[in-house]
Ligand binder design. Structure first.
Ligand code: ASP
Length: 322
């Protein structure tokens, strides 16, 4: 083997894939300035994850770093900028999972935690549980000084308030015609999956859920196996109509197809997102990554905010089917 080949073979193969949510994202409705800002946020999130991975850090730290950047951006439905529930508040869900150890942590319905992904990780590392919800999760956060707290209205943005008003007006119109209400749509849940230099995979997802969701509703994002999954070979973060992701164990199903059927990552993720979820009546997308650094980013909606860095260093961000 030549010196050149040897050094190429020795180079650690890291990879990163992120999403900022799938949904009805129309090119004509997205102002150029907003598109630019969203792309810049996705690039910053990739940089944060890549800084961890290229420094030899763990996939678990990389996905948390990505999610924290996106949670702080008001343009995504996670942390600051989270959607409103039906009673005008924010309830945040998040989860994180490390593949080779199968450790996982999740929080649901938290209301005062600036970075729900950080609390999910604390549940994983500092409790004997996988998931804490509502008041119990808040009480656990009280015991962890590193968890930054904010008032619930800190998550407010005008854009999300207008989305709530629109969803509630549509709901009322449907009620008067007797047509059953469907949830008010979703945009901007965030997720990340990383492969580190040791060959370990981790995945994480964070969300405000769905606009006008019923108080107490928990979606797929904090449910391990539904919105987030990582094992030795494969990791997934989902985004979409959460009830269908829970009922079809979407994140786990993708990795199970890789493990048990020997499907390629592309085939497994594509089948679940483009066949299984729509056949059940749902929609959305997912990002997936395997131990070879292959990346899949299928979605059955008009767009999905996404970004990637492949093992060869090539990177990109995209929104539409381009
Ligand atoms: N899956 C999330 C939920 O149902 C929403 C989203 O992906 O935007 O809570």
């Amino acid at each position: 083997m030549s010196a050149l080949n040897a050094s190429a073979a020795d180079k650690p193969r890291t990879a990163l894939v992120i999403h900022g949510g799938a949904g009805t994202i129309e090119r004509s409705a997205l102002a150029a300035a907003d598109e630019q800002a969203i792309r810049a946020d996705l690039e910053r999130a990739l940089d944060a994850g890549n800084a961890v991975l290229s420094g030899g850090g763990a996939a678990l730290d990389a996905v948390q770093a990505v999610i924290e950047v996106l949670e702080d951006s008001p343009r995504f439905n996670a942390g600051k900028g989270a959607v409103f529930n039906a009673v005008g508040g924010h309830e945040l869900d998040a989860s994180i999972m490390e593949g080779h150890t199968r450790r996982a942590g999740a929080v649901a319905g938290v209301t005062t935690v600036r970075h729900p992904v950080q609390l999910a990780r604390a549940v994983m590392e500092h409790s004997s549980h996988v998931m804490l919800a509502g008041a119990g999760a808040e009480a656990f956060a009280d015991t962890r000084p590193e968890i930054e707290r904010v008032a619930n209205d800190w998550f407010d943005t005008d854009v999300r308030r207008r989305q709530l008003e629109k969803a509630q007006a549509a709901e009322q119109a449907r009620a008067s015609t007797g047509v059953p209400a469907i949830p008010g749509g979703y945009f901007g849940t965030v997720g990340a999956v990383a492969l580190d230099a040791r060959g370990h995979i981790a995945a994480a997802t964070s969300t405000g859920g769905m606009t006008n969701k019923r108080w107490g509703r928990i979606g797929d994002s904090p449910v391990i196996g539904a919105g987030t999954w990582a094992d030795e070979r494969c990791g997934v973060s989902g985004t979409g109509w959460g009830e269908f992701y829970i009922r079809n164990a979407v994140a786990h199903d993708i990795c199970a197809r890789v493990a048990y059927r020997g499907d390629s990552l592309d085939t497994a993720a594509g089948t679940v997102v483009n066949r299984v979820v729509p056949a059940a009546g749902g929609d959305g997308g997912a990002i997936a990554l395997d131990a070879e650094g292959n990346i899949a980013m299928p979605f059955n909606t008009s767009g999905m905010y996404r970004g990637w860095i492949r093992p060869d260093g090539s990177r990109g961000v995209a929104i539409f089917r381009d």
